[in-house]
Design a protein. Structure first.
Length: 289
């Protein structure tokens, strides 16, 4: 079976060092196994994502030497597909419509799971119905079995205002695109069992493999992100410098790689010595700051 991986940034800003680490880790893992690597823009949360950032990210990845297989998939161009999947989940009993608001939940617990279908004519969110088939752990290539707590509240798949959630769009696309290993930041380990369950509910015929990369931290508690003012990585150094720093962050050898190489040459050299077992588990700070 051909390995199919993906890099799936949300365009809430330009690439920062944390997103470069994910881009590099997912690229090296896929190409070192002779696989395909896809680029997918996860922009369904239009309050956080902007099309200008999408263009910037695609341009920055290309300047950094990354070449992706197939056409870039931009999720906001496929919203109808996620609504269809949502309906399928409702019809097969894996999801239910819920009209509760944060305020109403403070007063009375949600009863929507047991409501009759006529009730669905009023504006409602679509939520994943949790049950005992929700897995309690998943297998991670670097960490082995990882235990996860079930979410306390049923995850929202489609918001009342029609916004498609990250979980639904991500899992539906991973299946549609035939992705068989997800390489991403360790902050997303907490949603992995929910995504595995959702994937099963959507009819996946295989179990996804996961590899979670160490996080780049802004401080002791928070990962680097747009919210805590991460600096765009290409403002911190040139392509060669930032690629070398990301390789070191992933515990990879930079022997024989120079800042005078083109980014593409750096990636090719990094591929020939890539060793997944050298990726550390611990998070670290941004070495370029
Ligand atoms: N779009 C997510 C992010 O930028 C990553 C999703 C994933 O890799 O599953 O944080």
């Amino acid at each position: 079976m051909t390995y199919v991986g993906r890099f799936a940034p949300s365009p809430s800003g330009r690439l920062h060092f944390g997103s470069l680490v994910c881009a590099l880790g997912s690229y090296l893992r896929a190409k070192s196994l002779g696989g395909r690597i896809l680029l997918r823009i996860e922009d369904t949360d239009t309050s956080r994502c902007h099309p200008d950032n999408t263009l910037e990210i695609i341009d920055e990845l290309s300047r950094l030497g990354f070449v992706y297989d197939g056409k870039v998939r931009i999720q906001t161009e496929h919203l109808e597909e996620y609504y269809e999947q949502g309906l399928k989940l409702y019809e097969s009993g894996y999801a239910y419509y819920c009209s509760c608001t944060r305020d109403s939940l403070k007063r009375t617990p949600c009863q929507c799971v047991t409501r009759p279908p006529e009730f669905n004519r009023i504006p409602c969110a679509l939520r994943l119905r949790l049950n005992e088939r929700m897995p309690a752990f998943f297998y991670d290539v670097l960490r082995g079995y990882v235990a996860c707590q079930s979410p306390l509240n049923a995850p929202t798949l489609i918001r009342k205002d029609g916004l498609v959630s990250y979980n639904l769009a991500c899992v539906a696309d991973d299946l549609r695109q035939g992705v068989n290993e997800v390489v991403r930041g360790a902050d997303l380990m907490e949603v992995t069992t929910t995504q595995q369950y959702l994937s099963f509910a959507l009819g996946a015929g295989y179990v996804m493999s996961y590899l979670h990369l160490p996080l780049v931290m802004a401080d002791d508690k928070h990962k680097l992100s747009k919210q805590n003012h991460a600096v765009p990585v290409l403002d911190e150094g040139n392509c060669q410098e930032v690629l070398l720093a990301a390789l070191r962050f992933l515990g990879q050898s930079t022997c024989g790689i120079s800042v005078h190489d083109t980014p593409r040459m750096i990636l090719n050299k990094a591929l020939s010595s890539f060793d997944v077992r050298r990726i550390p588990l611990e998070s670290g700070g941004d070495p370029l700051r």
